[in-house]
Design a protein around this ligand. Structure first.
Ligand code: ADP
Ligand code: MG
Length: 355
């Protein structure tokens, strides 16, 4: 058979590139929301309100009381790789904020209708801007794309509407709004437990009752009680582990041997970012196996601080996964400490029943 002639190689159009990149970062509404929560926390907010319509596909809105955005920065806010958090590549090794690549708002603007209302404390009014494909856009045909002054409190409100409106295949992949809403509640719940000093609420548009509601002054156990119920909150023990050699510290709250549920709940934060780690989850489950009845699973909230230069946060577009050095050693130390805590609780109980 004759070889086919080579096809010529051409650069993709920029808008195609941007849409592909956006689809990798924002796979489901919850990923957009996670970025927006992290931005609000980075901005020093102490109150976060989330409103959702149709599992976030119709509307995702988050209102914060953080430092706001300068009006002068609004024109480049949603351009790719514009950020106030990272200047040099080396900064990635010492990054203290959640965001760092300036990709989230840009991505969202390529696959949704996005508008931002923001006010710094120096500004006498709030400004509202609409975005499409990374740039300021006019809200309606014939209107100016310039940000407009409006009344508003200090802080920022981000409104994302019609997510994936221009990616029909992705849009069709979502079968159930309530499934997406459940993922959103789970994510808001995670940050509600972790972010002490910050109040959270999350509800469906038009609802009077909230799916999540945590006051700013609630302590960690009360936060867990609000989100996961008293049955768990009444059976928690504090966990602390650290090791200088591996450059890490771990704090958290874990269920004792009195508690067990059908599935493991692991709220895992590494350097204040909610992440998944199948390796940590598996080891924690194995550690609990000797303490819980067969088929029983634990609850664990673990917050790890690992020296930034030992962590690579840049392995995954969604930053859902992070890699760090000496993972096995660190996991072993944490699980030893879990074992310690659980056996301490056990002995004190058997001691009490004896006397
Ligand atoms: P990154 O968080 O990686 O910097 P984003 O696209 O998420 O990139 O945000 C771009 C910039 O917009 C941020 O660096 C920050 O300066 C500003 N910003 C975004 N959300 C907020 C917010 N809620 N409050 C204040 N500033 C914000
Ligand atoms: Mg960000």
């Amino acid at each position: 058979l004759p070889l086919p002639a080579p096809r010529r190689i051409k650069a993709l159009a920029q808008d195609v590139v941007n849409k592909i990149a956006a689809g990798e970062i924002i796979v489901a509404p919850v990923h957009a929301l996670k970025e927006l929560i992290e931005n609000a926390v980075d901005a020093g907010s102490t109150a976060l309100e989330v409103v959702i319509k149709d599992g976030g596909l119709k509307l995702l809105q988050i209102t914060d009381n953080g430092h706001g955005i300068d009006k002068e920065d609004l024109p480049i806010l949603c351009e790719r790789f514009t950020t106030s958090k990272l200047k040099a590549f080396e900064d990635l090794t010492s990054i203290g904020t959640y965001g760092f690549r300036g990709e989230a708002l840009a991505s969202i603007s390529h696959i949704a209708h996005l508008n931002v209302t923001t006010r710094t404390k120096e500004s006498s009014c709030a400004w509202r801007a609409y975005y499409a494909d990374g740039k300021l856009a006019s809200p309606k045909p014939g209107q100016s794309a310039e940000p407009k002054p409006i009344a508003g409190r200090p802080g920022t409100q981000i409104t994302v509407e019609d997510l994936f409106y221009n990616v029909p295949s992705r849009r069709r992949a979502f079968r159930s709004a309530s499934e997406e809403y459940a993922k959103i509640l789970d994510m808001v719940g995670r940050y509600s437990v972790h972010c002490l000093g910050v109040s959270f609420s999350c509800k469906k548009h038009g609802d009077t009752t909230s799916g999540v509601s945590v006051p700013a002054n609630a302590g960690p156990v009360d936060r867990i009680r609000q989100i996961h119920g008293s049955a768990v909150a009444n059976e928690l023990v504090a966990l602390k582990a650290e090791n200088e050699r591996w450059g890490f510290k771990c704090e958290g709250w874990i269920s004792n041997a009195n508690h067990n549920s059908k599935r493991t709940t692991l709220l895992l934060f590494i350097n204040h970012r909610a992440v998944e780690s199948p390796a940590i989850k598996k080891s924690v489950e194995q550690t609990y196996a000797t303490f819980l009845p067969k088929g029983g699973h634990p609850f664990a909230y673990l917050s790890l601080d690992i020296e930034p230069q030992r962590v690579d946060v840049n392995v995954h577009p969604t930053k859902r996964e992070v890699h760090f050095l000496n993972e096995d050693e660190i996991i072993a130390i944490i699980c030893d400490e879990i074992r310690n805590s659980l056996s301490k609780v056990d002995t004190s109980r058997s001691f009490m029943t004896q006397s």
